[in-house]
Design a protein around this ligand. Structure first.
Ligand code: FAD
Length: 397
C-alpha cells in the first residue's frame, strides 16, 4: 500500500488529495494541516466572511468517503528525505510520495510584530478577529495598497468604517502592474470613501497609531498589514529541498522538487514556465486548483505519461465595486493596448509581445477575459485596430 502524504490542507493540498482519487490513486492519502479548522477557501475571507455575510467557507469535500485521512492541528517541522520520513508535531510520518502544499504567510511589517491592534489577513482566525472591528465601524488603517489591502478597504468601507490606506509606492498595486495601468486605480479608493496615501512609508506602529516617515500620525483602532506573502517553507531548511531566494520550493515542469518523491504545489512552489520563459511563483487561487491536477497525474501515471505544468495564470479581485480579472503574464510584453477608457467603469488592457496577446487585465469585462484567455493559450496574433475597439468581441480581433 503506497502512501502519499500531503502537507498543508489549504486549496492546493485538498485539490491534490481529490485529484489523486479522481485519477485513480488506490493507495493511502494522508492530508495534514496545521490549522484547527476544517479546510476552507481563502478568497471569501477578504469579502463575504469579513462582512459577516458568510459564516465560513469550508470546502464541500467529503474526505471520509474519498478515503482521505485528514489530520488537523498537525504541523510539519522537518523532513528526513533519505529515510522518506516527515517530521511533525505529532511525531514522524513515513511517506512514499510527499506533496508540499504549505502555502504562504504574510510578510510582517518590521517593528509591528506584537504591537496590540496590528492584524494580517490570511487565515479564518485572522478574518474572525477583524470581523467585529468592521461590525463596530471602527477606524482602520491598512498598510499596503496591493490586492489584499484593496479588498480589505472595500469591505471596511462597505461596513462603514473610516479607512486609510498607506502605500509606500506612488500608486496602488505597484508590484503587480505598470504605472500606466495601476495609476488609473488610485481614484477607486476615493470613490469608495477610503483615503489613499501614496508615497507614505511607515516609520513606526504604536498601539492606536501609525506614524509615517514625514511625521504624520494616523490615529486608528486597528492596523491591517498587507504588504505581501512569502512561501511557508522555513520548515524545509536543512532538508535538502532546494528553495529559491523568494522562499519557494524550486520545482521542475512537473512540479517535482529537487528531491526524489517530493512535489510542491500552490503558493509555496515556483515552476519554470516555457510559455513565458521564466520561473513563476503564483499566489493565486487558480494555480492552487490547476497545479494539483498535474501533481496527481504524475504521481498516479508516473513522469513518462504524466503531464507538464505550463498554465496561463489567472486571477480575479473584487474591489471598490469592480470585478477585476487578469490572465497571462506581462513581464516580457513590448506593447500595451487599451480597450475602452480606463477612467470609465469598464475597460480592458491587453499586453502584446511581437503582436501576440500575452496577458490582459479586464475591469468589469468578463467576456474579454474569457475570450482573451483562450487567445493567450493559442498564442494568437491580434488585429490591433479591432482589439482596440471595445465594441468588437475580442475573439474576433
Ligand atoms: P494556503 O491556502 O495558504 O494553504 C496552505 C495551508 O498549509 C494553510 O492552511 C497552512 O496553515 C498550512 N501549513 C503551512 N505550513 C504548514 C506546516 N508546516 N505544517 C502543516 N500545515 C502547514 N486569489 C485569487 O485568485 N482571487 C482572490 O480573490 C483571492 N482572494 C484572496 C483573499 C485572501 C484574504 C487571501 C489570503 C488570499 C486570496 N487569494 C485570492 C489567494 C488564494 O487564496 C491562494 O492563492 C490560495 O489559497 C493558495 O492555496 P495554497 O493551498 O497553496 O495555500
Amino acid at each position: 500500500d503506497r502512501r502519499v502524504v500531503i502537507v498543508g490542507a489549504g486549496m492546493a493540498g485538498v485539490q491534490t488529495a481529490v485529484a489523486l482519487r479522481e485519477q485513480g490513486w488506490r493507495g493511502t492519502i494522508s492530508l495534514l494541516g496545521e490549522e484547527p479548522h476544517p479546510p476552507y477557501d481563502r478568497p471569501p475571507l477578504s469579502k463575504a466572511v469579513l462582512l459577516g455575510k458568510a459564516e465560513g467557507s469550508a470546502f464541500e469535500v467529503d474526505f471520509a468517503s474519498l478515503a482521505i485521512d485528514l489530520e488537523l492541528g498537525v504541523e510539519a517541522t522537518g523532513l528526513r528525505a533519505g529515510e522518506h520520513v516527515l517530521e511533525t508535531s505529532r511525531g514522524p510520518v513515513p511517506y512514499d510520495v510527499l506533496v508540499v502544499a504549505t502555502g504562504a504567510q504574510p510578510v510582517a511589517l518590521p517593528g509591528s510584530e506584537g504591537v496590540p491592534g496590528v492584524h494580517v489577513l490570511r487565515t479564518m482566525d485572522d478574518a474572525e478577529r477583524l470581523r467585529p472591528l468592521l461590525a463596530g465601524q471602527r477606524d482602520v488603517v491598512a498598510v499596503g495598497a496591493g490586492w489584499i489591502g484593496a479588498e480589505f478597504a472595500t469591505a471596511a468601507r462597505e461596513a462603514g468604517c473610516r479607512v486609510t490606506v498607506v502605500e509606500a509606492a506612488d500608486r496602488p498595486l505597484a508590484g503587480a502592474l505598470p504605472a500606466e495601468v495601476s495609476g488609473h486605480m488610485a481614484d477607486w479608493y476615493a470613490s469608495s470613501g477610503a483615503r489613499l496615501l501614496t508615497g507614505a512609508a511607515v516609520a513606526a506602529v504604536e498601539p492606536g497609531a501609525v506614524v509615517l516617515e514625514d511625521g504624520t500620525r494616523l490615529h486608528t483602532d486597528a492596523v491591517v498589514v498587507g504588504i505581501g506573502a512569502r512561501p511557508a517553507t522555513r520548515w524545509l531548511d536543512g532538508s535538502g529541498v532546494v528553495l529559491a531566494e523568494d522562499g519557494s520550493v524550486v520545482t521542475d515542469n512537473r512540479l517535482r522538487s529537487s528531491l526524489p518523491d517530493v512535489y510542491a504545489v500552490g503558493d509555496c512552489a515556483s515552476f519554470p514556465s516555457a510559455r513565458y520563459g521564466e520561473r513563476l511563483l503564483v499566489h493565486h487561487w487558480d494555480n492552487a486548483l490547476q497545479g494539483p491536477r498535474t501533481v496527481a497525474a504524475n504521481i498516479v501515471h508516473g513522469p513518462a505519461e504524466g503531464e507538464v505544468y505550463d498554465p496561463v495564470p489567472y486571477f480575479w479581485s473584487e474591489q471598490f465595486g469592480r470585478f477585476v480579472q487578469y490572465a497571462g503574464h506581462h513581464s516580457a510584453a513590448d506593447e500595451l493596448l487599451w480597450r475602452g477608457d480606463p477612467d470609465s467603469a469598464a475597460w480592458t488592457v491587453c499586453w502584446l509581445r511581437a503582436g501576440v496577446l500575452v496577458a490582459l487585465l479586464a475591469v468589469g469585462r468578463p467576456r474579454d477575459l474569457a475570450q482573451g484567455r483562450k487567445l493567450i493559450e493559442k498564442g494568437a496574433l491580434l488585429d490591433r485596430a479591432k482589439a482596440a475597439d471595445a465594441s468588437v468581441p475580442l475573439k474576433s480581433a
